[in-house]
Ligand binder design. Structure first.
Ligand code: IPM
Ligand code: MG
Length: 354
């Protein structure tokens, strides 16, 4: 088994280093996984002038899965768009057709207090956001900034979904719900946007094959409100690329910290890219304050979905629960007065718990 590790920018190298230590620890217990690193994002731009150089793509292609850190930073924000670190990630998603993005939001009992919401609102939350990842306004053409007839600059993007793109993510949504509480909520803006009217129609059609799953539809503005009003009403949410981007950041804060949320991006062959949903956090890069748990939990998803090693995945998740129970806290999940551990100390603890 082989995985590609793309650390990227900001806190990316610190957090992926801890996940690699977990891979090595599993190796000492009989699970051999080869790790090959490659450059991506701003780091790749600096070294090779391309956020996704061909040699990085080759490393990913030679692996069964990719463990991804984070990309981006203020230093790169003025580069032409094609050279920006984010393009490294977006091109990887498109290249491997990683259309199904799983973003689970689970509230660990030890961290219910860390949420800015009342703990009775979030305690016990177990929600899965399924975000379509290769279509929508993120990739729709045409797009650009042009001069209109009045000589004024005008920016434009295109929201676009085909029925096959909607159908395949809807199916994943129903399948996921079937393995859980059998409730799927499809989020759209069908009261205003044609693209999402088609979304709603197709999801409703696909439901014919999943009569055992309860389907509801919700407008995205209401969904944003319901997520903070009563998040436990949701089991699985399926939505498009842009709404999923926004709602998953919102959902992360129900769990106390964006530093806790892993994700998996899969294609039809179950090749996957696994990454924490937080970004490169340039403000804390190099300080040791980053929380490596979202990356370590992403590794657990990688073990489960792409390497088909469910027992190893469970061991990693159990080790994370153990360190939380023991009271280890990085700055993002520490309460006032609680002692804080660094990124590598959290890694030490997870390895020890394994
Ligand atoms: C995410 C991120 C990315 C996105 C950025 C870095 C391009 O916010 O994975 O949620 O918008 O998809
Ligand atoms: Mg995002």
């Amino acid at each position: 088994m082989k995985i590609a590790v793309l650390a990227g920018d900001g806190i990316g190298p610190e957090i992926t280093a801890q996940a690699v230590r977990v891979v090595q620890a599993l190796g000492r217990h009989g699970l051999q996984v080869e790790v090959e690193s490659a450059l991506v994002g701003g780091a790749a731009c600096d070294a090779l002038g391309d956020p996704l150089p061909p040699q990085t793509l080759a490393v990913c292609e030679s692996a069964q899965a990719v463990l991804f850190g984070a990309v981006g930073g203020p230093r790169y924000d003025t580069l032409p768009r094609a050279m920006r670190p984010e393009q490294g990630l977006l091109r990887l998603r498109k290249h491997f057709d990683l259309f199904a993005n799983l973003r689970p939001a689970i509230v660990y009992p030890e961290l219910a207090h860390a949420s800015t919401l009342r703990s009775d609102v979030v305690a016990g939350l177990d929600l899965l956001i399924l975000r379509e990842l290769t279509g929508d306004i993120y990739f729709g053409q045409p797009r650009g900034i042009r001069r209109n007839e009045q000589g004024e600059r005008e920016g434009f993007d295109t929201m676009r979904y085909t029925e096959s793109e909607i159908g395949r993510i809807a199916r994943w949504g129903f399948e996921a719900a079937r393995k859980r509480q059998k409730r799927l909520c499809s989020v759209d803006k069908a009261n205003v946007l044609e693209t999402t009217q088609l979304w709603r129609d197709v999801v409703t059609e696909v439901r014919q094959d999943y009569r055992d799953v309860e389907l509801s539809h919700m407008y995205v503005d209401n969904a944003a409100m319901q997520l903070v009003r009563n998040p436990k009403q949701f089991d699985v949410i399926v939505t498009g690329n842009m709404f999923g981007d926004i709602l998953s950041d919102e959902a992360s804060m129900l769990t106390g910290s964006i530093g806790m949320l892993p994700s998996a991006s899969l294609n039809a062959k179950r090749f996957g890219l696994y990454e924490p949903i937080h970004g490169s956090a340039p403000d804390i890069a190099g300080t040791g304050a980053a929380n490596p748990l979202a990356t370590i939990l992403s590794l657990a998803m990688l073990l489960r979905y792409s390497l088909e090693q469910p027992q190893a995945a469970e061991r990693v998740e159990k080790a994370v629960r153990t360190v939380l129970r023991k009271g280890l806290r990085t700055a993002d999940i520490a309460r006032e007065g609680e002692q804080r551990v660094s990124c590598s100390e959290m890694g030490d603890a997870v390895v020890a718990a394994l």
